[in-house]
Design a protein around this ligand. Sequence first.
Ligand SMILES: NC(=O)c1ccc[n+]([C@@H]2O[C@H](COP(=O)([O-])OP(=O)(O)OC[C@H]3O[C@@H](n4cnc5c(N)ncnc54)[C@H](OP(=O)(O)O)[C@@H]3O)[C@@H](O)[C@H]2O)c1
Length: 262
Amino acid sequence: MGTARRTVAFLGTGTMGEALLTGALAGGLDPSDMWVTARSQDHVDALTSSYAVHGTTDNATAAANAQVVVLAVPPAGLTDILAEIAGRLEEGAVVVSLADGITLADLEDLLPDGVAAARAMPSLTASVGHGLTLLTPGASCSTAQAETVTRFFERSGKVLRIAEDQHAVLSPLSSGGPAYVFYLADAMIEAGAVRGVPRDLARELITQVLTGSAAWLRADSAEVATLREKVCAPGGTGIRRIAALDRHAVRAAVVSALTQEP
Ligand SMILES: NC(=O)c1ccc[n+]([C@@H]2O[C@H](COP(=O)([O-])OP(=O)(O)OC[C@H]3O[C@@H](n4cnc5c(N)ncnc54)[C@H](OP(=O)(O)O)[C@@H]3O)[C@@H](O)[C@H]2O)c1
């Protein structure tokens, strides 16, 4: 990578692209180092006016200005976009795909010789600076290129380098994870509402419970079951409510939902 500036382009800036953009800017990325594209000019205008980044509907123009090119379009659009940008990539650019199921070999087949590729699976929690990106730099990436990509995703949270064959197992837990946590949070808020607790108060309470539980889980290396037991004195209401969850096979349902093909 020749120059000191590490310019990044998002080709497609929808739900995931905007989450990463928000997190990266809050994490110190200079908006003048960022290019974004979308299909519609209205969307590009909204992004440039909200974030003061460069924007265009022309993917090749954005790609030509960037050293890290993130493909954040729906997977069906990937092949067309790669054809659009193929001849316009900067020397030393790395193309990073967020598409589930598109392998590095697929990507490298579609890219011109000598262009480096990487696979990343981020999480929408990037928007609040607590993202987790599973990253696999391709064999075509130099150490410096892999570091540049890592540093970009680290602006919005953690980066875990994984082997490519781990994506299928880890992505549903990390990228899909917030959905399951929100499912539980929603049910807990509902339980409060059933007992007459105003929903905004229940939400405030559950949010702090989630924040505190995550901090405790990170700080204490004891088994998760041990932490749970600390909250559930023998014979108390906590343990009886956990027993009620077990009678409904909630734990087995979670394991089954996250391990079987939906
Ligand atoms: N959403 C998630 O939680 C999540 C998590 C991990 C990974 N991902 C991956 O991230 C990628 C994007 O997903 P998403 O949820 O962000 O999709 P999305 O919300 O549908 O956004 C797609 C974006 O791509 C733009 N677009 C589509 N075709 C384009 C083209 N030819 N040129 C330029 N821009 C184009 C759209 O522009 P317009 O707005 O103008 O139509 C839109 O901004 C996918 O590969 C997905 O698997 C998503």
